[in-house]
Design a protein around this ligand. Sequence first.
Ligand code: B12
Ligand code: SF4
Length: 562
Amino acid sequence: MRVLFYYRGSEHIGLESIMSYIQSKGHLVELIYEPALGDNGYVDIPWLNNFFYNDELVVNKALRFKPDIICFSAITNLYLPIKNLAKQFKKLMPNVPIIVGGIHPTSLPEETIKEECFDMICLGEGEGALEDLLQRMREKRSYTDVKNLWVKDSTGHVHKNVKRPIIKPLESLPMPDKSFFARYGALTSRIMIMTTRGCPFACTFCVNSFRNQAYSGEVYLRQRTVENVIADLVEIKKTYKPKKFRFEDDVFAFNQKWLDEFKVEYKEKIGLPFHCYVTPSTAKDSILKGLAEAGCESVSMGIQSGSEHIRIKLLHRRHSDELIIAAAQRIKKHGLKLQAEYIFGFPTETPEEMWKSYELNDKLDAYNTASFIFYPYPKTALAEYSVENGYLTKENYDKVKEGYGSYHTSCWLDLPYKDEVYKYNAMLPLWNVTPKWLKPVLKKILKMKYSWIHKTIYTLTFPLIDFDEFIVRIKEMPHMIMQTRRALKNDFWDEDYVDAGFKEIESDIIKTNENAKIADIKTPENLIPDHVIAKQKLEKEIKDKRRKAHFFHGRIKFDKAN
Ligand code: B12
Ligand code: SF4
């Protein structure tokens, strides 16, 4: 089948995985990508945007490819432009089915499938679901019952199919294919990679607050083996010659044993500096030491609020001030740069509590800080709390559900201190780098009525959030623009492609997950002595139990005191 994907704004690790997987099943895959600078939520300058969007080139390329199916991926903040493009495609190619996957339709399936332009949506992981769908299409069989998909039939009825098991182990998937995004210049000199799917925590403002809940029978968090990750990195290093890597895992290196193996392999076979995410509770001495030994140069750590009350009661992050300060000191001790991240504008948050974020940050000696405004992402526990407790009106929640605004610019909650939210958010990156003797001046500006002064400071100082990254982006931008245009105008797919046909191609994923019991065949594993197998089984059970207990499942309850 001829499968067309569309994405915008950055490379997409999930799509790289799906495209690689689908291609390995004999389908012809193509990606259309746009840098879409105006989506970034900071600067939206119409004349400048012309360099980053090109509807005509996009549509022409889609028509030239003659897809059998069009695949979109949507996070909430990209939903509007994606829906608009899907509508355009539907008009031009009414007989081509359109599917959208990603965290947005997963969070809001009812709302998304209602849109006429979408024939199907994918909830959760897409590799197995898309493979099944394409195989059925190939064989001209009905596909209304494919697990993980909601499918509209010709009468308009929506078939809401059950979930399929999570993909396990992750190594059963082929390596994500970055070449599609590379053609568009979407890879920077700091290439992104993930070693996990899921997070051990469930902070109330994050998608993990409902994703873990949705998979309460399973342990959603999975990690690729060190061998698999290193093999991937070796290839990426050889092909794209990056200067650095960015591990985009929600929380990287929470597992000491994994890290001990990783640091040796990474140092020996990769040897490039890298960035990753830690939390105050995972930033232990031994973990940080391991990261530093591997070649880590900087870490991002979510602090989120200087108020212990907000952190613990509202965000479900059990981090005391002392724990955070000690973690920051350890990060410094191991020679790593700290990027501290904060969010302003939580329900119940007062200006005094916002100020506490500044005070706490002063104690951390962070290399840089990133600050955001609380954006009530659909279905997260804190968004629901905000609605239930009168902080978020239905009208505003509807706007959020459509993806309006961003967590850089929009405070959607009804708060008595909305202006303070904008001010505190605007000035933190500058505050962080201001010498102590100049801070009284900034404090005065902070006390002033919200005005153009704060807005100007925000616009001019936002590069401070991650100055190194900003410089990389600016330097690489002209090349990226040229490359995108070239990739939109030229075609790289195999003109002689003929579909492998109706031959049943068995899914590795389905095999591992659904027929896992078919292990009677004499494999080397069956020759392992019984007592060894029993010991391994016991160890696995203990490990699974420990991991399950570590996860937060079920509905998050907020204390009445909030
Ligand atoms: C890595 C990452 C990034 C990276 C890479 C972006 C990317 N999309 O890969 C960077 C740093 C660039 C980034 C930027 C942003 N991100 Co981000 N990011 C993540 C992170 C940590 C992991 C995403 C990931 O790769 N997961 C692993 C893959 C395997 O999962 P997946 O992407 O969900 O894809 C699977 C399924 O969803 C499904 N699927 C996805 N698409 C499709 C399409 C089809 C057709 C099908 C069938 C299936 C399917 O199949 C995939 C494979 O199984 C998530 C948090 C998280 N843990 O999910 C946040 C997350 C996705 N980001 C988020 C946000 C808000 C952003 C920004 C808007 C922030 C900003 N204002 O700058 C930007 C948007 C930039 C952009 N244009 O994408 C939010 C989205 C919340 C929401 N409800 O929409 C998340 C969920 C974090 C959060 N706050 O909770 N991000
Ligand atoms: S630690 Fe980060 S990724 Fe994990 S649940 Fe909390 S906010 Fe989300």
